[in-house]
Design a protein around this ligand. Structure first.
Ligand code: TTP
Ligand code: MG
Ligand code: MG
Length: 433
């Protein structure tokens, strides 16, 4: 960090995220109380509803998706008609005015606002929007830490505009760019660190920007309840309550030693630092994956001999899926391993490192098959997994040697070949885990 620059960290959180993603395809619901919850999305449930509510509307399976914005309000499901134990993932701001919010039971919410519209969740859609808004941010500010589907930290310190008006200029640009690219609004807090930025992003929701400076601690942070600190949960809150501490300011007034005696050295010291707005955690950009794996738990426990065919097929499919994952994400690896869980829940793993980097199903299966020979297969199995580690991006890996191990001779392997086959290449000693 240059001497003339102060640390400025932003926390950005999308507004009513799942609900806002839904409103992009149902704009007729704008401004209405809407909740998201109650099972996964099923497109085919629309048609019978539409035919019942709007028989003149010429609704057909083949025109439905292009006409979602025309669906009449009367055809939308209402909270009052819901029966079940589902909970709300999120609610639009108009719904929140009725006291409805995340994690509330749908039937309880129905008592608060029976006419609220209820839509099922569609994670794929939210993930798409998530990728799009993060891509917009990365084009403007490269130091971004992904904190889940609808929020990120961004290091503003060295970015153009990141210091102007305490970060407000850059925050405004990001907000506007996300809105233009996705139609969605977000709220941003900019502060000296992640801890304070996370709190600041909530100050002016929805579609707000809050700028917090170190000297604002006393006036804007200390009056807040302790649980507003990300890391103080209901348990810690209750224990602080026993001491009569409810606000962050009251927590800050406690001697550090006293907190450490009561809450343990590490958490006690952290509580004290947090109350004083101290936090030097860096913004961590996405790191390269170390390994990738695929595993499956069987519907019934399987035995290597009696269920050889079924196990062989599952094993092959896992290797193919893993190879597809590697190829899609552009990685190759050279440590190949397996994981088994027995019917008594004991787990074992074995791996082997080979010369060549690979993303090929056949090679993965061959080496994983070698690993299988080093485990006890007399017990029934509940789970089988395959892993590839030592990953490198495909273009950084050394090219395969001519006549090298890239296309190895076919070899019998467990679950289908000759189990007494001893032609296998020497294996590394088993690694205890
Ligand atoms: P949040 O960011 O906590 O909430 P939000 O984006 O819906 O609303 P806000 O404007 O207050 O930020 O969570 C992001 C998404 O995560 C939310 O849209 C739905 C999902 N979620 C759940 O599924 N269950 C929950 O309990 C919470 C809190 C969120
Ligand atoms: Mg949000
Ligand atoms: Mg969030």
């Amino acid at each position: 960090m240059s001497a003339d620059k102060v640390r400025r960290i932003a926390h950005l959180d999308m507004d009513a995220f799942y609900a806002s993603c839904e409103l992009m395809r149902y704009p007729q619901l704008q401004g209405l109380p809407v909740v998201i919850g109650g099972g996964r999305r099923r497109e085919d449930t629309w048609l019978p509803r539409l035919l019942a509510h709007d028989p003149e509307g010429d609704w057909r399976a083949d025109n439905l998706m292009d006409r979602l914005h025309e669906i009449p309000l009367a055809a939308f499901p209402r909270l009052k008609d819901y029966v079940g134990r589902g909970v709300i993932t999120t609610a639009t701001y108009p719904a929140r005015q009725f006291g409805i919010g995340s994690a509330m039971g749908l039937m309880k919410a129905a008592r608060l606002c029976p006419e609220a519209i209820m839509l099922p969740v569609d994670f794929d859609r939210y993930r798409q929007f998530s990728r799009r808004f993060k891509a917009v941010i990365l084009e403007i500010a490269p130091l971004m830490e992904d904190r889940g589907v609808d929020e990120v930290y961004i290091d503003f310190t060295e970015v153009a505009g990141g210091q102007r008006e305490g970060g407000r200029v850059l925050a405004r640009l990001i907000q506007k760019s996300i809105f233009e690219a996705t139609g969605l609004t977000c709220s941003i807090g900019v502060a000296p660190n992640k801890l304070l930025a996370k709190m600041a992003s909530e100050f002016d929701k929805p579609n707000g920007i809050s700028i917090l400076h170190a000297q604002d601690l006393q006036t804007r942070i200390w009056p807040l309840p302790c649980r507003k600190i990300n890391g103080i949960g209901p348990k810690a809150e209750a224990r602080l309550g026993e001491w009569g501490i409810t606000t962050i300011g009251e927590l800050a007034a406690q001697p550090r030693e006293r907190l450490m005696e009561r809450f343990g050295r590490s958490y006690g010291a952290w509580l004290h630092d947090a109350a004083w707005g101290r936090d030097d955690r860096p913004v961590v950009t996405e790191s390269e994956p170390v390994s990738m794996s695929r595993e499956t738990t069987f519907e019934r426990d399987l035995h290597a001999v009696q269920d050889r065919e079924a196990l062989g097929a599952i094993f092959t499919r896992l290797c193919e899926q893993l190879a597809a994952d590697l190829q899609r994400k552009g990685y190759v690896g050279r440590t190949i391993g397996i994981k088994l869980r027995y019917d008594d829940f004991r787990a074992v793993t074995r791996d082997q490192t080979v010369e060549d980097f690979t993303d090929k199903a056949a090679r993965i299966r061959q080496v994983a098959g070698q690993c299988l020979k080093r485990v006890d297969l007399s017990r029934r199995l509940r789970l089988l997994g395959v892993r590839v580690g030592h990953l490198l991006p495909r273009d950084e890996a050394p090219a395969p040697q001519a006549g090298g191990a890239e296309s190895p001779p076919p070899q019998a392997s467990l679950f289908e070949g000759d189990e007494n086959d001893s032609r296998g290449t020497p294996t590394a000693p088993p690694k205890p885990h």
